[in-house]
Design a protein around this ligand. Sequence first.
Ligand code: PBG
Length: 344
Amino acid sequence: MIHKHHVKFCKMIKNSMHGYPLNRMRRNRQSDWSRRLVCENNVLTSDLILPVFVMEGNNKIEPINSLPGVNRYTIDRVIEVAKECEDSGLPLIAIFPVIDSNLKTDHAEESYRADNLICRTVSEIKNKVSNIGVMTDVALDPYTSHGHDGILKNNVIANDETIEILIKQAINQCESGTDIIAPSDMMDGRVLKIREALESHNFQDKIIMSYAAKYASNYYGPFRDAIKSNKNLTGDKKTYQMDVANSNEALREAELDISEGADMVMVKPGLPYLDIIHKVKTYLKVPTFAYQVSGEYASLMAASMNGWIEYDDIIMETLLCFKRAGADGILTYAALDVAKKVSG
Ligand code: PBG
């Protein structure tokens, strides 16, 4: 198969060897209008998803040191952000809670309390902002005293016991009105178990966007700072998040999640993992999303704050790269900045 393609490709190269001067690639690049005419990919506002951090309190906005330009908001201020997103044409926002440390426990009970921060936020947004989807993370890390995405038994993340809690968390979020459930925990079989629970609770229309290929990456540091889980985290997440060295495994992960009832899959981190996005999209042909994670955004922001690169231009370049690789949409902390510059 590969051999056949290779032979065909070599013939093509040979035939075009004498292309010049008949072929001049620069003709199409000579002016703005001709470049626009042959442009293969675009970034649209409908491609962009904004992650938003919510905290307890009233009328407060708190900057996040390691994510310049990104803030934690109290619920009333999240509503303003959600409205701005709606006005800018973003289809979806992803909400992440900052949980007070006295509510963090070994078994993450706060994650499924009916009136918890994330549920109150979701129902407020759903009441006050009509034309935007809301996505919520299903994972225990904001709620555990040890900062892991699952619960520990003899110092090991207990897969099946964790899923039992994730199910309660997911149902709880659905009851508050969330549109998309996003399991970001990387437990085995959690999509199937959550999907079954959604079916039996009459939530068959809830969408699942699974963090299917989520790597044990060093790019998540500022996010853990944002939700204040970094001080709690003991050890790393390598027994459940993927090995950075692996690629075929990502396909298996994504394929499994789809077969278990996920509607969309996500690859994370983003830019250093474009090969994975391309592979998933090419082979599985399912709605595929990328997360330009906190460490990626923070690096670009830090360089631009030093005057070494230009923020607007570099962000747009990265987003185009995601689209070129095959992403259907991108979660990015720059979503609102970019939405102001591009069209629907
Ligand atoms: C938690 C979660 C993480 C991110 C999204 N959901 C962090 C982690 O797995 O430690 C990272 C997002 C980012 O870095 O922007 N399950």
